[in-house]
Design a protein around this ligand. Structure first.
Ligand code: PEP
Length: 269
């Protein structure tokens, strides 16, 4: 379990400079002023082109930021790609990897994702690694089989210690952007099974690992999802674009989190 809950906003390919500014202004005021009462690590993942704007608007606040993707190569002739080092240059602490929309629409493979994962870690970026099953796999009760395969590539290449300073997000594909959330019980079962499975490699690491749930989190279902013992917070897509909804989700996070330590940082630069 993480030391404090995490709330990550994935803006996907939405927003413009004007709407970003309004959205960040609203959430910044509220989150900064309530941070003592609700100690949560909040991370915003805007489209990369808005990282400069995000950096300047969030600098000095308690909110951190990161990117939705990064290149699997360090640098070079890779037109259109964004290197991890460039993300660092913009003050990113986090990078989302293996989101199902990247796997589905851009053909990202587990092997590419593992490569990005390694590069991110080398650079000191915290990977937020997404895992999750399709509807067909869910119906065929293959959820854990799929997730184990997704995790195994990273483990085979880098061992269980790769999950040190990493965030995992369980995101059932059938629940992303569909309005159809996993029930808190289902999300809890899967997050707990992931933790249990990782226990075989490193018990104490698995215990401290931040495992989030993502998939149509809304103000209406946030509290029940976040009250589950193996869910350490949320990865929020659509609802993170609406300040009021996002703040309600933030307020639904547990106020006291008495779990052991994860060394993820809270403050942004
Ligand atoms: C996501 O993009 O990771 C996500 C969970 O989206 P949504 O909340 O819209 O389902």
């Amino acid at each position: 379990m993480a030391q404090i809950p995490l709330l990550i906003a994935n803006w996907k390919m939405y927003g413009n400079r004007s709407t970003n500014q309004q959205l960040l202004a609203k959430i910044k005021v509220c989150i900064n002023s309530s941070h003592a009462k609700i100690p949560v690590s909040v991370v915003i993942l805007p489209p990369a082109i808005f990282l400069e704007q995000t950096t300047s608007l969030l600098k000095g606040s308690t909110i951190a930021w990161g990117a939705q993707n990064m290149a699997s190569e360090e640098k070079g002739a890779y037109t259109g790609e964004i290197a991890g080092a460039m993300l660092k240059d913009f003050g990113c602490r986090y990078v989302l990897l293996g989101h199902s929309e990247r796997r589905q629409h851009f053909g990202e493979t587990d092997v590419q994702i593992a490569r990005k994962f390694a590069l991110a870690k080398q650079l000191g970026l915290t990977p937020i690694l997404c895992v999750g099953e399709s509807l067909a796999d869910y119906q065929a009760k293959k959820t854990m089989k799929v997730i184990q395969q997704q995790l195994q590539v990273v483990i085979t290449s880098f061992g269980f210690s790769a999950f040190q300073n990493t965030i995992l997000a369980y995101e059932p594909i059938w629940a992303i952007g569909t309005g159809l959330s996993a029930t808190p019980e289902t999300a809890q079962t899967v997050c707990s099974q992931i933790r249990q499975w990782l226990t075989q490699g490193d018990h104490s690491l698995a215990d401290k690992l931040a495992i989030l749930y993502g998939g149509s989190i809304k103000p209406e279902n946030a509290k029940s999802l976040f009250s589950m013992p193996d869910i350490d917070g949320g990865l929020v897509g659509a609802a993170s674009l609406d300040a009021q909804a996002f703040l309600k989700i933030y307020e639904a996070l547990p106020k006291s989190f008495t779990k052991p330590v994860s060394n993820l940082k809270i403050e942004s630069d």
